[in-house]
Design a protein around this ligand. Structure first.
Ligand SMILES: [Zn+2]
Length: 312
């Protein structure tokens, strides 16, 4: 079978590999569609040697199941819940309990978005988002845009987004933001006060930069939480004054639990959110080098890039 591996800095290749066989508790999945995550791109730009674990946002069909596996059968379409999986591959073997069946109404492409939706959903649960909260979403890549859709679906009172790239600001409005701030042109704090009349109840950092996390801290109400979902290699430059004066909590949101994975499939199937709107590009597995290069470049309008690992 064919499988993608990182072979150096900014180098990813598709190579021949042995087809994996499932153990008694595992299933073998023919991978249909796998999303390129920001964390995959980081590994591509700055390889750490964990390149064996590329591709954790994927969907496919079960082609073989170990003897102890219950609850899923050969032929079923599934989304896979897996870190340390290898989704950029024709086949993957995963724990039989780590797959969620996809209803017919959820395509393989939407199935590949179940993982990123779950990342945001987990953040909202862990960090205490409540219906009626005003929200600040910093960074409008695919995670930020899914965040806007989810807080909208869960009854956010007002959503203020913040994003330096123009096409992403336009997307933020399309996804349901009430106000979008361009941090390169105006003060984020002033923009939030103008939009909400005060600080916000909840904020979601989806950029992961020091400036973004600090902006979240400054615009969030005392005692509430900044949910940190953004990942970059950048180190934070935060003084004790920033922490003392803003008095908010910072919380990450990993790991997610499996029930939320099922809940994400439900939100997509019921049309409560339309995660497919984040998909901008699609490549076949053999074109993965181009897919990664596109996802890694800052000067494109790419959001979620999907890789089709097998046809049909
Ligand atoms: Zn991811």
């Amino acid at each position: 079978m064919r499988r993608a591996v990182i072979t150096g800095e900014r180098k990813i290749e598709v190579v021949d590999a042995a087809e994996p066989a499932p153990g008694p508790d595992e299933v073998k999945v023919r991978v249909h569609c796998c999303g390129v995550c920001g964390s995959d791109v980081l590994e591509y730009l700055y390889p750490t040697g964990f390149s064996d674990c590329l591709g954790h946002e994927f969907s496919g069909a079960v082609v073989e199941a170990g003897g102890n596996v219950r609850g899923v059968r050969v032929g079923e379409r599934v989304a896979v819940y897996a870190y340390g999986a290898r989704g950029f591959s024709e086949y993957a073997v995963v724990n039989g309990e780590h797959v969620v069946r996809l209803p017919d109404s959820v395509s393989f492409e939407a199935g590949a978005l179940v993982e990123p939706v779950t990342v945001v959903l987990t953040g909202l649960r862990h960090c205490g988002f409540r219906a009626g909260d005003s929200c600040f979403v910093s960074g409008c890549g695919s995670i930020g845009l899914i965040g806007i859709q989810l807080v909208r679906a869960f009854g956010a009172r007002k959503i203020v987004a913040c994003e330096p790239k123009r096409h992403r600001r336009e997307k933020a409005v399309e996804f349901g933001a009430d106000v979008v701030i361009d941090p390169s042109r105006e003060s984020v704090e002033e923009g939030v006060v103008r939009a909400v009349g005060d600080k916000v109840d909840f904020s979601l950092d989806c950029a992961g930069t020091g400036a973004s996390i600090l902006a979240c801290a400054r615009v969030t109400r005392v005692g509430r939480t900044v949910c940190v979902l953004g990942l970059t290699p950048e180190r934070l430059d935060v003084s004790s004054y920033d922490l003392f004066l803003n008095n908010v909590k910072f919380q990450g949101s990993t790991p997610y639990d499996f029930r939320l994975f099922e809940a994400s499939v439900g939100l997509i199937a019921e049309g409560k959110i339309d995660a497919m709107l984040v998909v901008t590009h699609r490549y076949p597995l053999e074109g993965i080098a181009e897919a990664f290069e596109l996802a890694a470049r800052a000067d494109t309008d790419a959001l979620k890039v999907l890789v089709w690992c097998s046809e049909s």
